[in-house]
Design a protein around this ligand. Structure first.
Ligand code: S3P
Length: 170
């Protein structure tokens, strides 16, 4: 009988590098990589801004939970999640099936990574920096309480972050 390989799940705010880091981790470990946002887009046949605009955030969250379930039904995969995944209570138990890594980024780092981005409906319009601060404050406690490991990403290269993650989960 083979030992079950736990999935590695990356959580964290928008622009914290989950997708970039997830792809490198997957390559390094020889795991498959799944991004819940990509799965939502593929399953729904619509972009994330289109889903938010036409169906609303609540509908997006339902699709996101379905995508998370789909990803976590697989074994030995790296799962990169959307930044709001922790806001839905039912997702907690699904996330907890894997080894959960919180990529912790400061508002400054996040702002640097997302400014000018048009693909994230929650970070459009005026005062993007303020929006980041407010949402991060609300979500930080959730990220921290769900994480098995926390890695601070500010000022680090993707490779350095991956090395820290791999060191931490051994
Ligand atoms: C969201 C984060 C996005 C995406 C959607 C909503 C959020 O994913 O799921 O725009 O609520 O934080 P990323 O964290 O990959 O940007």
């Amino acid at each position: 009988m083979y030992a079950m390989i736990k999935n590695i799940v990356l959580i964290g705010f928008m622009g914290s590098g989950k997708t970039t880091i997830g792809k490198i981790l997957a390559k390094t470990l020889g795991y498959d990589f799944i991004d819940t946002d990509e799965l939502v887009v593929k399953n729904e046949g619509m972009s994330i801004p289109e889903i938010f605009e036409n169906k609303g955030q609540e509908y997006f969250r339902q699709l996101e939970t379905a995508a998370l379930k789909e990803a976590m039904a697989l074994e030995g995969v790296i799962v990169s999640t959307g930044g709001g995944i922790v806001t839905i209570k039912d997702n907690e138990a699904i996330l907890a099936k894997g080894t959960v890594i919180y990529l912790e980024a400061s508002p400054d780092q996040i702002y640097k990574n997302v400014k000018g981005d048009r693909s994230r409906p929650l970070l459009q319009g005026e005062d993007v920096y303020q929006k980041i601060c407010t949402m991060l404050k609300e979500r930080e406690v959730l990220y921290k309480s769900l994480a098995h490991h926390i890695v601070t990403v500010d000022g680090k290269t993707p490779q350095e972050i991956c090395t820290l993650i791999l060191g931490g989960i051994q």
